[in-house]
Design a protein around this ligand. Sequence first.
Ligand code: DP6
Length: 328
Amino acid sequence: MKATVRAHPNIALVKYWGKRDEALILPHQSSLSLTLAPIHVTTTVEFGAPSDTVELHGHVARGSERDRVLRLLDAVRVQAGRDLGPAKVVSRGDFPMAAGLASSAAGFAALAVAGRAAAGLPADTRASSILARRGSGSACRSVQGGFCEWQRGERADGEDSYAVQRFDAGHWADLRMVVAILDRGEKEVKSRDGMKGTVETSPYYPAWVKDAEAEVPRARELIAKRDLEALGELCERNAWRMHATSLAADPPLCYLNASTLGLIQHLREQRKKGVPVWFTLDAGPNPVLLTDAAHEIAAEALARACGAVDVVRCVPGGDATLLSEHLF
Ligand code: DP6
């Protein structure tokens, strides 16, 4: 009745931006990401506790944060088909929460896999991905390592909307992602609200959906060939288009700040000098740089020269895994 899982966050190379179903968290388009190591979140779930308690990163979760965790465990109870009693959840991450890499992706992936294991359900990546998705969309891509594709699916019940691994972490072991933390502040508009506003008011939204869907198989082909330059260009293009769509929302959503633009400008200059480094950008000001092992130190130096207060260097990460040591 107790299980502990470690999962890694992921960074989308082709972004998920917008839901067709808010309650089930079903996306309008498919997306593709890379799971990132060594950073991770560890979560222990125990059923049969005296009462429902949720402790996240050292504080007792309340309100909507708590509800999201307990709702996911309710879905586990339905899958188990029996009364599992109240649950105790403790979760801890080892990376800066302001890194712009949502700890929620790793957190909900770890919770889904640990929840199923604690309930005695068999290991099942598809079922875990669907469960993780219901906590946070991008979490469905953190159940497995390497390059994972979240297929949007067609069904209204979401049973065909989950992530599948296309290539494992070993496929492109010298790929590097360098997170440049320019700003530690909380973002003003959370992804969830930002994408909702974009879906509802951006006139460019239909074009975003069509384009992102078409970029997924292209990205897959470039990953198969380990073509860093073409993948870097695709990543930048996709990030720009997500931000362009959001800028066109009403009210407009601008996640970039002056330092973000400064760093992007600097990257272009470095590329002209032959440094292979590209960026992607989620719903915040902190870019994630895409490069190879031979240039990760140069990428870190470049980020720091552009004002990064912290830098997290990542390599392709593996699957969410069960641990024998628990957090309580
Ligand atoms: C820009 O998965 O955090 O990082 O499903 O509402 O929990 P919810 O949103 P979330 O959004 C991630 C948006 C993104 C792009 C991506 O990771 O694909």
